[in-house]
Design a protein around this ligand. Structure first.
Ligand code: GLN
Length: 386
């Protein structure tokens, strides 16, 4: 987290976005859409502003949004949640994960984290004075060895974080892995925190929240948000659901983080969650097309990424391109391609702790949450440069 002078570092996302800006490259690094959210949701936000929703929302979130989240979980996953007590609205999934972990962790506790992982998880574990116990997802399939998963749990384990669908690898957790986590969490009296912000970006079958597995609900905090589903990562509206006592802890902490998420935007997200099935299907079809454009374009450039099963990220082993570029890892190639191909990706090693960085040194993450013409242009630049 700290640089050699002891100052907090900025994130790899900001670093690579700055590189893209400096070089005039297409930014396939930081994952944010370059297209607009659904018109109806934007109109609903404008209407909510016009209707005078300018003061603090309730700490737990406005009732209409909590009800919409409960309805969404029932309709999509058959999950029953009481909007009064089992759901807390947060300032993005970022605050949801942060408040969940801070509510659980005390110095000396251990948290099982799969790697590569979104940088937030490790940062919050450090802020809490707890210890991250990494479990590597093994390339090229990015599946963990079940023995490593078992070995990571100890009497000090307080929580395990699962991100499913998974950023950065674009994989989806298997039923067996989720069952194993439920079993191990029960055995060690640990809480499972699942980050499911890509729940609607599943290309090969419906998402299955871990909390809906047998015996899971009582020890699982599920985090999601509007950012990815509705192409509005700047709105910062997310939520946490789970058993009452655990959600109560999340609320207690978030009170002193954001207090409450943006009131007018909560009204708009409540409406968006109730969009008809066709909206979600159409959004997914658009993303499948973007994914296929990126994967095909990478193929033209001589890369063979595993086809993403979820999220808006693909990862590719780029080691065949080192010689031509005169580099020796994906981080070097990311810099080189920013200059020569006009494309910026993020080296997957940036998502790992030092001990595991070597495992991912050859992998580059590319985001495909961009208009297809932008993706095609980026891939043409890459093909011309390699
Ligand atoms: N979640 C997005 C990504 O992984 C953006 C992260 C960020 O900017 N903090 O790219």
């Amino acid at each position: 987290l700290l640089d050699p002078a002891g100052r907090l570092r900025s994130t790899v996302f900001e670093e690579m976005t700055a590189l893209a800006r400096r070089t005039g490259s297409v930014n396939l690094g930081q994952g944010f859409p370059d297209f607009a959210p659904p018109r109806e949701m934007v109109d609903a936000a404008a209407a909510a502003l016009g209707a005078g929703h300018h003061q603090y929302a309730p700490i737990v979130g406005i009732p209409a949004l909590r009800e919409a989240i409960a309805t969404h979980q029932r309709a999509c996953y058959g999950q029953e949640l009481d909007p009064d007590g089992q759901i807390a609205v947060c300032a993005g999934a970022t605050e949801g994960v942060t408040a969940a972990l801070l509510s659980l962790l005390r110095p000396g506790d251990e948290v099982v984290l799969f790697e590569p992982r979104y940088d937030l998880y490790g940062a919050v574990v450090e802020f809490a004075g707890a210890t991250a116990v990494p479990v590597p997802l093994l390339p090229p399939a990015f599946v963990p060895d079940p023995d490593d998963v078992r070995a990571a749990f100890s009497p000090r384990t307080r929580a395990v974080v699962l991100n499913d669908p998974h950023n950065p690898t674009g994989t989806v957790a298997s039923r067996e892995l989720k069952e194993l986590l439920v079993e191990l969490a029960a055995e060690h009296d640990a809480v499972i925190v699942t980050d499911e912000v890509y729940e609607h970006l599943r290309y090969d079958g419906p998402h299955e929240p871990l909390a809906t597995l047998p015996d899971a609900a009582e020890r699982t905090l599920t985090v999601s948000s509007a950012g990815k589903t509705f192409s509005a990562t700047g709105w910062r509206v997310g939520w946490v659901s789970g058993p009452r006592d655990l959600v109560q802890g999340v609320v207690a902490v978030k009170t002193y983080l954001s207090h409450s998420a943006a009131a007018p935007l909560q009204h708009a997200v409540a409406e968006a969650l109730a969009f008809p099935r066709e909206f979600f299907d159409g959004m997914l079809a658009d993303y499948r097309e973007r994914r296929d454009v990126l994967v095909a374009g990478l193929g033209e450039a001589g890369l063979t990424p595993p086809t993403p099963q979820g999220t808006f990220f693909a990862v590719a082993d780029v080691s065949d391109h080192y010689a031509l570029a005169g580099v020796d890892d994906a981080a070097g190639l990311a810099q080189h391609w920013a200059q020569t191909a006009g494309v910026v990706g993020i080296p997957v090693s940036a998502f790992a702790s030092p001990a595991n960085q070597g495992l991912y040194a050859d992998w580059l993450r590319l985001a495909f949450c961009k208009r297809t013409e932008v993706l095609r242009a980026a891939m043409a630049g890459l093909a011309a440069a390699v």
